[in-house]
Write a protein of this length. Structure first.
Length: 502
């Protein structure tokens, strides 16, 4: 993908100020998207009771958003290249706002899930261009590290705000207001974007956008998640599960085949020649697949078993997002510059794995301070170290013309890994709980054992990420020597991003 150039003022001082003000606008947009993701987790039990979701189908409130978001990020990034990133950012913001309104007005399962899917489309358009704009506006290594650190901090701080605000709104008014809160943030972001984001010119639609490829990818993901979620009703070895699973894999194979032949593919397969980019995306998918259960099922455990209300759940999760934010803002960036992203990532993944293992020791009469908080601190520390490192690794060795594609891949694996991981963990937890209830166990015991199994599986997935990191990723110096250099639009070699730049 080609990276469009921003038109900045000639004065160096004005140019520098414009870049940082533009970063603020982009981060406000990201704040809204992250706020929406975490604010929903706190309200899930109330939504379940109000609209009649089952425990397994409740995952669709999260997954409908994640699938649309993750599946369309790459196409949205390509639209940013073709139409201009500023215009795509604003279009996504408008769609996200409208869908948030319909989410808040929802009175049925179908309406809420449908609106969440549209909300995911808007989120994809809004966020797909953000990281690409950041690394383009801040090419100097130390400035880029600082800018990505601010971006990561806002993402995690938004999580903290969302958890707390979700609890307050759900308890004080109703869960509908967790979506209405997006409206004023969106209006503010739109006004700031129109005034502060520099207008950029895209390549034009004649360069081509791989809409069929995006359709194949989204269809594969939706069918795959549906297969996993419904496995609790039909059984893993049933004709229904095997048939729909095979259909999902066939669509995925069709997507890969199209990308290999298309003139303007959504994902040019050549980009996977970068060992660090490929490894970082696989690791991120595994990491978030393991972690998402902590937010989704952990909130259900606190409310259904320990008796927390929505506000108390929001407060309970503040240590996780707070630690992620503090580490992402500066400490992780300094470690990346001093020791390299790979060396910083490995202990982070280890801390996440250990935290999930501790979570698998919860009990019916558990105590937050002794049974939950230590696990949250470990997971927050691990995520705070890992996310900035993975962003840096994913962008390392990538030519400037592929910046939009690489940033889209980062966000895609985050959302897709979360959707698939959540579907697996929620389904396994539900199956375990149903079996115990059928055997005469109490609801609290059955729910707790189901959650414990999910956390244990999540820990295993996180440990798999550690294995990939050790065996696939290369240190910064080795990666810089071996990453391929692609040709620019005019046939001249394009410099790759240094792995130290992020």
């Amino acid at each position: 993908m080609s990276v469009t150039n921003f038109t900045l003022p000639k004065s160096d001082a004005n140019s520098d100020r414009s870049r940082w003000m533009a970063l603020v606008v982009l981060c406000v947009g990201m704040l809204m998207i992250v706020l929406d993701a975490t604010i929903v987790n706190v309200a899930l039990p109330v939504i379940q009771d109000d609209l009649g979701f089952s425990q397994s189908s409740l995952a669709w409130v999260v997954n409908a958003y994640l699938i649309a978001f993750g599946g369309l990020l790459l196409l949205a990034g390509r639209f940013g290249d073709l139409l201009g990133r500023r215009d795509v950012f604003l279009s996504g913001l408008l769609l996200f706002t409208a869908a948030s309104l319909f989410c808040g007005l929802a009175q049925s399962e179908a309406m809420l899930v449908g609106a969440r899917f549209v909300q995911g489309v808007g989120g994809a358009l809004t966020s797909a261009v953000i990281l690409g704009m950041i690394v383009t506006m801040f090419p100097e290594p130390r400035e880029q590290a600082k800018a990505i650190g601010v971006y990561s901090f806002v993402a995690s701080a938004g999580g903290s705000i969302g958890l707390l605000l979700g609890g307050v709104l759900t308890e004080a008014i109703s869960w509908h207001w967790i979506f209405f809160v997006n409206l004023p943030i969106a209006v503010l972001t739109g006004v700031l974007a129109l005034r502060l984001l520099p207008r950029d010119s895209g390549l034009g639609l004649d360069k081509g956008a791989d809409a069929p490829g995006a359709l194949l990818l989204v269809s594969s993901l939706m069918l795959g998640v549906y297969t996993i979620v419904e496995a609790s009703n039909y059984g893993w070895g049933s004709a229904h599960t095997l048939g729909f699973g095979a259909g999902s894999l066939a669509l995925l194979a069709g997507f890969i085949a199209r990308e290999a032949r298309a003139a303007n593919p959504l994902v040019p397969l050549r980009i996977f020649r970068s060992r660090n980019l490929t490894g970082a995306n696989v690791i991120q998918a595994l990491m978030v697949a393991g972690m998402f259960g902590m937010f989704f099922l952990g909130a259900l455990y606190l409310q259904r078993v320990l008796g927390f209300d929505s506000l108390e759940v929001g407060l309970a999760y503040l240590p996780v997002t707070g630690i992620i934010g503090i580490l992402s803002l500066g400490f992780s960036a300094k470690l990346n510059l001093r020791f390299g992203p790979r060396a910083t990532l490995l202990p982070g993944l280890g801390a996440i794995s250990l935290g999930l293992l501790l979570f698998s020791r919860i009990s019916v009469d558990g105590d937050y301070l002794t049974d939950v908080l230590p696990a949250m601190v470990l997971i927050g520390t691990g995520a705070g170290l890992s996310f900035p490192s993975l962003m840096s690794l994913a962008m390392s060795g990538v030519a400037r013309e592929d910046a939009g594609l690489a940033s889209g891949l980062v966000n895609t694996t985050l959302q897709v890994g979360g959707a698939i991981g959540l579907a697996v963990l929620a389904t396994m937890s539900t199956n375990r709980t149903s079996d115990l209830l059928a055997g005469g166990a109490s609801e609290a015991v059955a729910l707790t054992d189901g959650f414990k199994l999910a956390f244990l599986i999540g820990a295993g997935i996180a440990l798999a990420a550690v294995v990939v990191a050790v065996t696939v990723l290369k240190p910064a110096e080795a990666a810089a020597q071996e990453e391929p250099v692609t040709e620019g639009e005019f046939g001249e070699p394009e410099p790759a991003f240094s792995s130290e730049a992020a």
